[in-house]
Design a protein around this ligand. Structure first.
Ligand SMILES: NC(=O)c1ccc[n+]([C@@H]2O[C@H](COP(=O)([O-])OP(=O)(O)OC[C@H]3O[C@@H](n4cnc5c(N)ncnc54)[C@H](OP(=O)(O)O)[C@@H]3O)[C@@H](O)[C@H]2O)c1
Length: 223
């Protein structure tokens, strides 16, 4: 069976990715700051403690998993940066943290695990981005979050160019506005409407999709 690695796997969208792939019989490398709760999820799940901004830990995990072929890498962990959202409340510390978690950490994951993905059958690198990172769709506010996701999108575009020769398929996915701790109760989608749809999109990815920005329902999102 194929193998998937997921960050931010203990709650929200990440936890449902774990459940969806485990239910399909995949081996799930489930990375979370507090992975203990993942033991209760049924399936072939290997929980790993991982703070994604601890880059020594990211490298150590890549080394510990050096015999694994990872079919799908899902960089899902993220923060909202809401406290520094608007003009008048720009907080450099929150900005730096938002960029660190949302933009730098996924790139460090990609760098650490690119060879694990390259030696797999499916060779897919997924970043969970956001439509709020689309410059075309920008309607203001949420400065730190938007900019961090725009940076993530650019990184994944570069990744798609730099690793196409290895046969990798790198895409950024927007999950929709989803009822999680981050999305809040007013969000338009439930986790059940978002994650299984994203899994379907990931299942269907072909080399021609490399470098795309894709909505949870498979439609394209303009950069
Ligand atoms: N929900 C939405 O409407 C929506 C829309 C667009 C994009 N997204 C994106 O989807 C992804 C998942 O969001 P969500 O809605 O599931 O949010 P969530 O419920 O707030 O969960 C965020 C996850 O990220 C993890 N995380 C945050 N900082 C981390 C760090 N430094 N190291 C390791 N893990 C860390 C959290 O782990 P802990 O449990 O340890 O805190 C948690 O598992 C994010 O990238 C988010 O930007 C969400």
């Amino acid at each position: 069976m194929p193998t998937v690695l997921i960050t931010g796997a203990a709650r929200g969208l990440g936890l449902d990715f774990v459940k969806q792939y485990a239910a399909k019989g995949w081996k799930v490398l489930a990375c979370a700051r507090q992975p203990d709760g993942l033991k209760a999820v049924k399936g072939d799940i290997q929980p790993h403690g991982l703070e994604v901004t601890d880059y020594a830990a990211v490298k150590a995990l890549a080394k510990a998993l050096s015999t694994e072929a990872i079919d799908v890498l899902i960089c899902n962990a993220g923060i909202s940066g809401r406290e520094a959202g608007d003009l008048g409340s720009i907080d450099p510390a929150v900005w730096r943290e938002t960029f660190e978690v949302n933009a730098l950490a996924p790139l460090m994951m990609a760098e650490a695990f690119v060879e694990h993905v390259a030696r797999s059958q499916q060779k897919k690198m997924i970043a969970i981005s956001s439509r709020l990172g689309s410059i075309t769709h920008n309607d203001g506010a949420r400065y730190a979050y938007r900019a961090s996701k725009t940076a993530l999108n650019m990184e994944w575009q570069s990744l798609s160019k730099d690793t196409a020769g290895k046969g990798l398929i790198s895409v950024v996915l927007h999950p929709g506005w989803v009822q999680t701790d981050m999305g809040g109760k007013a969000a338009t989608l439930t986790i059940d409407q978002s994650v299984p749809a994203m899994v379907k999109v990931i299942d269907g990815l072909k080399p021609a999709d490399n470098g795309r920005f894709i909505n949870y329902d498979g439609t394209a999102i303009p950069w």
